[in-house]
Write a protein that binds this ligand. Structure first.
Ligand code: ATP
Ligand code: MG
Length: 567
């Protein structure tokens, strides 16, 4: 491509709402332009990067036997009603009616559509397993679209779905997909980690996320210092504290604690470790058509993990409550405890199941109980895992400690089981001629989010630094002075030679100052720029590597070979 003809509107101005490097540079370097919140146009450079990423994905998918299809973006709402997700997805689903008053939904993910495609077409175990995927625009009316391509409302996803006749075969496919996803991210030049993820309301065992490691990531992941364990904080587990602080032994008793409402004050007042206190986090739990106040009890030193709390209550969402709302139903804020608590439903963290020597609110103004043995609640209360792991906690698999790091979720693989096939009555005949629902897996990868992720991990103060497999052009030929005939001639000849070898090459033939053109090249992030300048008089040019910002001088006759080696 000749730069003089290219549509690459670079700019010094970053979008006013941009905070992430990827958002700033992709906009400034002329890759993307915003249309409305969470909606972007892809300009030629972005389109090229997207195609490259899609090619890598396609190659790895065909290697593991997955087949590409493309399903309609507009999906009938009936299918969403059949699966029951029309409610669950809530406002993220963009719904509309056609001229015949039929209700449709813009596809935010395609489980229903894929099951519908396969049901009644694959009818025998002999035709299983089957893995179908697509590269497809998705629409989710995200509450807070932000960070450019990272969290758009319209975005591109590679979504795949597999169908099996046994859970063992699903396990095999799941592993094969995990491996393929890892290969894809490695090829794209990304540092990543595979972590255990929340399985959400669907439940099931296998749910893993592929996280690109980046400080700007929206997800917090807990990783073990010793073993391979890593998990999204929403799902992270820990071992029981192997070295708990010394226990405050006391007889069970009601104790006057005037105006002592916070865990901190309580621990100070009684001179005990917060580990032995029980904190209450009151929330309003929102279901499909109703909501109620639920009290979550956990150790004073722990925090409520909201996704775990949502799973424990089978809720759609949980929101804050005010003290007034609590008082209205007879609850005493600041002194709430799990004993004799009948004013609201409650959930107790499973780590408190056998806890002894605890201190908790007495559900009475200015009083706490001390010496509480939680065993008394063992058979009557509802225990679930609701506490968030803390940095320094012990790994659930070994004696290593957990630390936190930030990640960008670029992929999510999930064992669905028969949830969708049962809901949508998608069945096959097994070896004994019996009808069975398909056992399914689903595998998503955020293609447009990957574009942004590459830049989050690979940029500097000058702009983008594309990796080998993602660069829109591998080589940029810079003719420093367009009036110099020898420079132009060499530029044109290298341009032709490289094109001949199928190298994606840009020829900067613009009548602009060298400094301006160089800044532009650095902003865009071509991996290599051949600088044809004054040194040509001595028969030499320079090869500039974007990543290291180093220039090497090479003789004109060896520049082609040197470059081919570098590539
Ligand atoms: P997130 O937690 O980031 O909202 P998700 O868990 O809702 O994502 P999935 O339903 O698992 O996303 O979708 C599969 C993949 O699609 C994600 O791993 C992510 O890479 C990508 N993706 C999801 N939502 C968006 C979005 N709004 N913009 C860009 N990519 C997205
Ligand atoms: Mg996900």
């Amino acid at each position: 491509m000749r730069r003089s003809r290219a549509f690459i509107p670079t700019s010094k101005e970053a979008p006013s709402d941009a905070t992430l490097a990827s958002h700033i540079y992709l906009a400034r370097a002329g890759f993307i332009s915003q249309v409305a919140a969470g909606l972007y146009n892809y300009m030629p450079l972005a389109k090229k990067v997207i195609k490259k990423i899609e090619n890598v994905i396609n190659e790895e998918m065909s290697r593991v036997g997955a087949q590409e299809v493309e399903l309609s973006f507009v999906t009938p709402a009936d299918l969403w009603a059949e699966s029951g997700r029309i409610e669950k997805f809530g406002k993220e689903l963009l719904r509309f009616k056609d001229r015949k008053e039929n209700l449709f939904v813009l596809g935010p993910t395609h489980e229903e559509m894929m099951v519908d495609l396969v049901r009644n077409r694959v009818t025998s175990y002999k035709n299983l397993p089957l893995n179908l995927y697509q590269m497809k625009t998705k629409f989710r009316d995200e509450a807070r679209p932000r960070f450019g391509l990272m969290r758009g409302r319209e975005f591109i996803m590679k979504d795949g779905y597999s169908f099996h006749a046994s859970t063992e075969d699903l396990d095999r496919e799941f592993e094969s997909m995990e491996q393929a996803y890892k290969t894809i991210l490695t090829r794209l030049g990304l540092e990543y980690r595979v972590v255990e993820a929340d399985s959400g309301a669907i439940g099931g065992s296998g749910s893993k996320e592929l996280m690109v490691i980046a400080d700007s990531g929206e997800d917090t992941i807990a990783i073990c210092s010793k073993c391979e364990y890593g998990a999204n904080i929403e799902a992270a587990k820990r071992s029981f504290n192997p070295n708990p602080p010394e226990a405050p032994e006391a007889e069970f008793n009601k104790f006057l604690t005037p105006d002592i409402k916070s865990i901190e004050d309580l621990a100070d007042f009684l001179k005990i470790d917060a580990y032995y206190t029980i904190k209450c986090v009151a929330k309003r739990v929102v279901y499909e058509d109703e909501s109620e106040i639920v009290l979550f009890f956990l150790r004073g030193c722990d925090n409520l993990q909201e996704v775990k709390a949502i799973n424990a209550t089978d809720a759609l969402d949980i929101v804050d409550v005010t003290e007034e709302e609590l008082k209205e139903i007879g609850i005493v804020p600041g002194f709430i405890g799990p004993l004799d608590q009948d004013k609201a439903k409650h959930v107790i963290d499973c780590e408190l199941k056998n806890a002894r020597n605890m201190v908790c609110g007495a559900n009475e103004q200015d009083y706490h109980y001390v010496g509480v043995d939680m065993k008394v609640l063992e058979d009557v209360a509802y225990f679930a895992e609701i506490a968030e792991v803390n940095e320094g906690d012990t790994c659930p698999h070994c004696e290593g400690t957990l630390s936190f790091t930030k990640g960008i979720e670029v992929g999510h693989i999930f064992k669905l089981g028969t949830t969708y096939s049962e809901a949508l009555k998608a069945e096959y005949l097994d070896e004994n001629g019996k009808t069975q629902p398909f056992i399914m897996g689903t595998y998503g990868m955020g293609v447009s989010r990957l574009v942004a992720s590459v830049i989050e991990q690979h940029h500097d103060e000058k702009g983008c630094i594309w990796t080998k497999e993602t660069a829109p052009y591998s080589v940029n030929i810079m003719i420093s002075n367009i009036k110099n005939e020898a420079q132009v001639a060499l530029g044109e000849s290298l341009y032709a030679q490289l094109q001949e070898k199928n190298v994606e090459v840009m020829l900067d033939d613009r009548k602009e100052r060298f400094g301006f053109k160089m800044k532009d090249a650095e902003l865009i992030g071509f991996p290599y720029t051949i600088i044809i300048g004054k040194e040509l008089d001595n028969g030499a040019v320079q090869i500039y590597e974007r990543k290291t910002q180093e220039k090497q001088t090479v003789a004109v006759d060896s520049v082609f070979d040197t470059l081919m080696e570098l590539l």
